[in-house]
Ligand binder design. Structure first.
Ligand code: ZN
Length: 157
């Protein structure tokens, strides 16, 4: 089976919350896409409950696109400790961490339920499983700790 970089990362050595560049890949025509690890909570110590994580996912989909051109996707890890962000072209981890900080600050301070996109039976695959309250509480915790642009040392933006 193909070896996947993310599974070679020593998850006991990282210091969340952080942004890490996983890889930049070049397509046959020279286009580049970058894949980031947006680690919001410490692996094997915390995990964001699914309802809050689900609401954060729906909000990051819009809030990161507001700030970064070329966002392809931002999807949660199965371990519920963070998200993959995939973009056309490459941003520095500092730029991504700053955009993430702005997005989480908006979720904590400004977002109301009516702002959350895709919360109906037609627009979401599990529309009953959302919690803006949980999303806001986890964003508060993540922002209190600060988002680092490096995974192994704390260098907050
Ligand atoms: Zn959904």
């Amino acid at each position: 089976m193909a070896k996947v970089e993310s599974f070679t990362l020593d998850h006991t050595k990282v210091k969340a919350p952080y942004v890490r560049l996983i890889t930049v890949e070049t397509g046959k025509k020279g286009d580049k896409i970058a894949n980031y690890d947006l680690r919001l909570v410490q692996p094997n110590e915390n995990a964001i409950p699914t309802a809050g994580l689900h609401t954060i996912e729906h909000l990051l989909a819009g809030l990161l696109r507001d700030q970064l051109a070329g966002v392809i996707d931002c999807s949660p890890f199965g371990c519920r400790t963070g998200f993959h962000l995939i973009t056309w072209s490459e941003y520095s981890t500092t730029e991504v961490a700053q955009a993430l900080k702005v997005a989480l600050t908006k979720i904590r301070d400004e977002i109301q339920w009516d702002d959350v996109q895709g919360t109906t039976i037609e627009s979401c695959g599990n529309y009953r499983d959302h919690s803006l309250f949980s999303a806001k509480e986890w964003c508060k915790k993540i922002l209190d700790e600060g988002i680092s642009d490096q995974p192994f040392t704390r260098h907050t933006v």
